[in-house]
Design a protein. Structure first.
Length: 254
């Protein structure tokens, strides 16, 4: 009806069709202003995918070299130093290059200072909020389709610490995240899961535990293993923080 009415108005001369025609001259004269966004200029991007991750500090350099040369690495440091991200990056690289057959990621299901009560859904749904940081790091290194396929095939496994007991992880790259929220017994159990042709990276910040200070066993385990052969203990500092500059400033006074 509206189309017919418009044609009738045009026939009577009461509508000017030129007003609704596209001005091609104006479109052709559009130019990108100087300093505007250009997809080929990486310097204007705040966040961009990097195929080959490179260390941004001396501590990160030592951590990446330790992962390449040691079967067991303990990465201790404050928030924002890239411990988890670098460990998962190395895990994905090892899987894609065929050095290992699978990736196993684990982290304790500990609530950060508040009780969430009973979460709805199946077991996977209940654990999803605790394991979300691991998914985020994986999605930054793999496309969603590729990540879904690898997890469906069992080549990438994410499990809480409680499900690791009794296992032997052969031909795997194992990442234990947030280990400061594990007790001494739990960390001992996790370390002894290491099998043949496997690499394990344990990350955590002993100063940021959600457990009671005397329950966290990460600091004690790191001190005891620091002199063991083929085990590297990398201690990152505030100078290795690559998150927002305010993070380092806040951690210095909090």
């Amino acid at each position: 009806m509206a189309k017919r009415t418009a044609k009738r108005r045009q026939a009577h001369g009461s509508i000017n069709v030129q007003e609704f025609q596209r001005d091609d001259r104006r479109q052709r004269n559009l130019q990108v202003l100087e300093g505007g966004y250009h997809p080929a200029n990486d310097s204007n991007r705040d966040h961009s995918f990097v195929k080959n991750v490179r260390p941004k500090s001396k501590g990160q350099t030592q951590l990446m070299e330790a992962i390449d040369t040691h079967a067991l690495v303990l990465a201790l440091g404050p928030a924002g130093t890239g411990k988890t991200y670098l460990a998962i990056t190395k895990a994905v690289e090892a899987l894609e290059s065929g050095k290992v057959g699978r990736i196993v990621l684990s982290r304790p299901a500990v609530e950060a200072g508040e009780s969430l009560g009973f979460l709805p859904g199946a077991m996977e749904d209940k654990l999803a909020p605790y394991l979300r940081p691991l998914y985020d790091a994986l999605q930054d290194r793999l496309s969603p389709k590729r990540l879904k396929a690898l997890m469906a095939e069992g080549l990438i496994e994410i499990a809480p610490v409680g499900f690791m007991r009794g296992r032997t992880l052969n031909n795997a790259f194992v990442v234990i995240d947030e280990a400061q929220n594990c007790t001494y017994g739990q960390i001992k159990m996790l370390l002894t899961r290491l099998g043949w042709n496997s690499t394990m990276v344990v990350t955590g910040d002993p100063a940021q535990t959600d457990l009671l200070p005397d329950l966290s066993g990460l600091h004690t385990v790191a001190d005891k293993l620091e002199g063991v052969n083929n085990i590297a203990v990398c201690r990152l500092t505030d100078s290795d923080i690559v998150r927002h500059p305010l993070v380092a400033s806040m951690l210095g006074v909090l």
